[in-house]
Design a protein around this ligand. Sequence first.
Ligand SMILES: *[C@@H]1O[C@H](CO)[C@@H](O)[C@H](O)[C@H]1NC(C)=O
Ligand SMILES: *[C@@H]1O[C@H](CO)[C@@H](O)[C@H](O)[C@H]1NC(C)=O
Ligand SMILES: *[C@@H]1O[C@H](CO)[C@@H](O)[C@H](O)[C@H]1NC(C)=O
Ligand SMILES: *[C@@H]1O[C@H](CO)[C@@H](O)[C@H](O)[C@H]1NC(C)=O
Ligand SMILES: *[C@@H]1O[C@H](CO)[C@@H](O)[C@H](O)[C@H]1NC(C)=O
Ligand SMILES: *[C@@H]1O[C@H](CO)[C@@H](O)[C@H](O)[C@H]1NC(C)=O
Ligand SMILES: *[C@@H]1O[C@H](CO)[C@@H](O)[C@H](O)[C@H]1NC(C)=O
Ligand SMILES: *[C@@H]1O[C@H](CO)[C@@H](O)[C@H](O)[C@H]1NC(C)=O
Ligand SMILES: *[C@@H]1O[C@H](CO)[C@@H](O)[C@H](O)[C@H]1NC(C)=O
Ligand SMILES: *[C@@H]1O[C@H](CO)[C@@H](O)[C@H](O)[C@H]1NC(C)=O
Ligand SMILES: CC(=O)N[C@H]1CO[C@H](CO)[C@@H](O)[C@@H]1O
Length: 635
Amino acid sequence: MDAIYPTSNLFLSVSLIISFFILPTAAAAAPNSQLSSGQPLVDGATLISSDGIFELGFFSPGSSTNRYVGIWYHSFSAAAVLWVANRDSPLLDTLGSLSIASDGNLVILDGHKAVVWSSKVASLPSNETMAELLDTGNLVLNNSDATVWQSFDNPGDTYLPGMKVGLDLVTNVNQVFTSWRSNDDPAPGNFTLGIAPDQSTQFFIWEGDKPRWRSGRWNGQVFLGSDRFYLIKGMKLPDLSYWDLDPTNDTQCKEACMKNCSCKAYSYQAGIGCLTWGRELVDIHMFSSGGNDFYLRLAGSEFGTFSFQAVENATANFSALNLLGEGGFGPVYKGTLPGGQDIAVKRLSRNSGQGVKEFKNEVILIAKLQHRNLVRLLGYCIKRDDKMLIYEYMANRSLDVLLFDARRKLQLDWKTRYSIIEGIARGLLYLHRDSRLRIIHRDLKVSNILLDENMNPKISDFGMARIFGNDGNETNTKRVVGTYGYMSPEFAMQGLFSVKSDVYSFGVLLIEIVSGMRNSTYYNSELSNNLLGCAWKLWNENNVMELVDSSIRSSCSIKEISICINVGLLCIQDRANDRPTMSSVIMMLESDNYVHPTPRRPRFAAEIIPSENDSLIFDRKTVTRNPSITILTGR
Ligand SMILES: *[C@@H]1O[C@H](CO)[C@@H](O)[C@H](O)[C@H]1NC(C)=O
Ligand SMILES: *[C@@H]1O[C@H](CO)[C@@H](O)[C@H](O)[C@H]1NC(C)=O
Ligand SMILES: *[C@@H]1O[C@H](CO)[C@@H](O)[C@H](O)[C@H]1NC(C)=O
Ligand SMILES: *[C@@H]1O[C@H](CO)[C@@H](O)[C@H](O)[C@H]1NC(C)=O
Ligand SMILES: *[C@@H]1O[C@H](CO)[C@@H](O)[C@H](O)[C@H]1NC(C)=O
Ligand SMILES: *[C@@H]1O[C@H](CO)[C@@H](O)[C@H](O)[C@H]1NC(C)=O
Ligand SMILES: *[C@@H]1O[C@H](CO)[C@@H](O)[C@H](O)[C@H]1NC(C)=O
Ligand SMILES: *[C@@H]1O[C@H](CO)[C@@H](O)[C@H](O)[C@H]1NC(C)=O
Ligand SMILES: *[C@@H]1O[C@H](CO)[C@@H](O)[C@H](O)[C@H]1NC(C)=O
Ligand SMILES: *[C@@H]1O[C@H](CO)[C@@H](O)[C@H](O)[C@H]1NC(C)=O
Ligand SMILES: CC(=O)N[C@H]1CO[C@H](CO)[C@@H](O)[C@@H]1O
C-alpha cells in the first residue's frame, strides 16, 4: 500500500509552469548551489540551484525588517517565498549567517554566533557534510552521499512537486502545510493543510484543530465531489489559471465556475473581473487581515448527487452479472463510475423491512463516520420506491463468503484472521468511544464485515445503529432489532442495549472466526452443546485447539488462539457489566503481558440447545412484544 498519496494532480507545480517560460540561465558565472563546512553563507549572498530556477538566501517578508533564511524563485526574487527555515526565530539584523556547524548540522547563527535555528539531526562529521539547493527547490543536507535532512520533509505553506504530503505509514510522520501568520510574519499561522490521519484519502484545511475545508475523497485522479463552494476569507490568491472579464458580479462569476467542470475555485474582484482556478492551487496564504475572498469548490460531502440514471448506468442496469450478493435488505451490485472508480450499490428491496426511517438513519450515521475499519458511504439515491446506498467497493466482499466456504476459507490463514479481528475491534472502539458521535452498531455479524483488496476489514450496515448519550448507559428500545445468534441476552430479552451489546456480538464473531463455524448453525450432539457452549467447555478443558478451524491449525499460534478465545468468552458473559469494553479488548489482544480475567460461564448462550428447544426461544417475551422483528426465524 502506498504510504503517501499523490498530490501532484491537485497542485500543479508552479515550477513546471515556469520552466516552460524561463530557460535555464547559462552557467557562465556558475552561481554556487552548495554549502560546505567552513564556508558560511552570509546575509546578502545566495545559493542558486544549478538550473538557475531556485534561490536561497536571507530576506525580510512584507514590511517587516526581520531577517529570515528562505527559498524563492530566482526570477521572482524574495517576493514569492516558498520555504522558510527559521519561521519562528527571526534575526533582528543582517549579521546572521547560514553554515554547517561542527556537529554537521545546518544552522543559522546570529551576529554573536548563537544558534537561532538548526536542522537538528544527529551529530555527523562536519568535514563530510554538505548542503545543496537542488533543481527541485529542495534544500538537502548530505553526509557522505546520504541525505540526512531536507527541506521537503519540513514543508512550509507551499507545495512543490516531489514533496510528500500526508501520513507516512512507515515513519508515522504526518506532513502538513501551515499558513503564515501574516504577510509580514512567516511564523506558523492558524491554518494547516494535510491529510487527516484516519482519513488518509482526504485533504483537510484546519483552523487550529477545527476542520475548515475537506477535499473529498481522493479516487486516484480527482477528489470526488458535488457543486458547492467554501468561502475562505483573507486569502493571498493562488497562482491564477484563468481570468474572465465577462461576469460583472460575484453571482455570475460563481455560475461561470459551476458550468466549467475543471474550475476548482473562483474569486470575483471588483474592477478586475472573475478569476478562476483549474487544477493548481499553489502558494495559498491566509492573512490575518486584508486579502481576498476566495471560493473553493467543495468536493464534497458524502451526499453526492448520483442520479438514478448514473447508478443504473454504472451497474449496467442492475445486471445479474454485476450482482455481488444479497444483503440483509436487498441485492448489492457492483458498479463502475465513468471515472473508473468501483462502487457497491445496495438496492433496498421495496419489502425489505428497511423503511425510510432506517434508510435515513444509515445515511446520516455513516456519513458522519470515518475510520479505516468502517465502510464508507459515498452517496445515496432515492427514486420513488427505489432506495439505494452507494458504498466504496470492497474487492474481497464479506467475511462470511470466505469464512464459511470450505474452499475459500483456505485463503484466510491465521495471520489474516487475527488482523481481521483486530481491525473489527478498532472499528468498534471508534464507534463506541472515538467518533464524535457515540454509536452502538447493534447488528454486528460476519456478513456485515466487508474486506477490501488488502483484506482489511470494514464494518458495514448501519441500518440498526443508534447514537447514544455520552455516558454510554443502557438504553431501552421498544423495537428489538438485530440478528439472532449475535444478540446479547439483555437485548433479546429486555430490549436493553448498551455498548456492551456490541461487545457481546464481537465475542460471538471472534469465536466464529477462530472456529470457522457459524454460531447459529453449529450444534455438537456429542458434546450436546452449541458453538459458544463448546468454546466454553473446551477452553476450560485446556483443549482450545479442538475448537480451531482445521484449515488454520497448522498456521496458528496456540498462544494467540487462547487469547482470542479467552477474550471471546469474556465478551459473551451474561451480565453486561462483566464484559470488557472494546478498549480493554484491544489491550488484551495486543499486549503480551496482559493478565486476562477468567470468564464466567455464559449460561444464556451456551445452555440452550438449538434443535430441541427452539420454541423456547421463540416464546420469549421480546419476540411477541415486538412483532416488527423480522430476523428471528427458525433454522
Ligand atoms: C573527516 O574527519 C575525520 C576525523 O577528523 C577523518 O577521519 C576523515 O577522514 C575526514 N574525512 C574527510 C572526507 O576529510
Ligand atoms: C546530495 O544528495 C542528493 C540526493 O541524494 C543528490 O541529488 C545531490 O547531488 C547530493 N549533493 C551533494 C553535494 O552531495
Ligand atoms: C449580476 O449581474 C447580472 C447581469 O448584469 C444581473 O442580472 C444580476 O442581478 C446581478 N446579480 C447581483 C447579485 O448583483
Ligand atoms: C474552464 O476553467 C479552466 C480553469 O479555470 C480554464 O482554463 C478553461 O479555459 C475554462 N473553460 C471554459 C470553456 O471557460
Ligand atoms: C489565530 O488564532 C488566534 C487564537 O484563536 C486568534 O487570536 C487570531 O486572531 C487568529 N488569527 C487569524 C489570522 O485568524
Ligand atoms: C453511461 O455510460 C456510458 C459509458 O460509460 C456513457 O457514455 C454514458 O454517457 C453514460 N450515461 C449516463 C446517463 O450516465
Ligand atoms: C434499464 O432497463 C429498463 C427496463 O428494463 C429500461 O427502461 C432502461 O432504459 C434501461 N436503462 C439502461 C441504461 O439500459
Ligand atoms: C449512568 O450509569 C451510572 C452508573 O450506573 C449512573 O451513576 C449514572 O447516573 C447514569 N447516568 C444516567 C444519565 O443515567
Ligand atoms: C448461538 O446460537 C445459539 C443457538 O444456536 C443461541 O442460543 C445463542 O444465543 C447464540 N449465541 C449468541 C451469543 O447469541
Ligand atoms: C427443552 O425444554 C424442555 C422444557 O421446555 C426441557 O424439559 C428439556 O430438558 C429441554 N431440553 C434440553 C436439551 O435442554
Ligand atoms: C482471499 C481473496 O479473495 N483475496 C483477494 C482479495 O482481493 C484482491 C484484489 O482483488 C485479490 O488479488 C485477492 O486474491
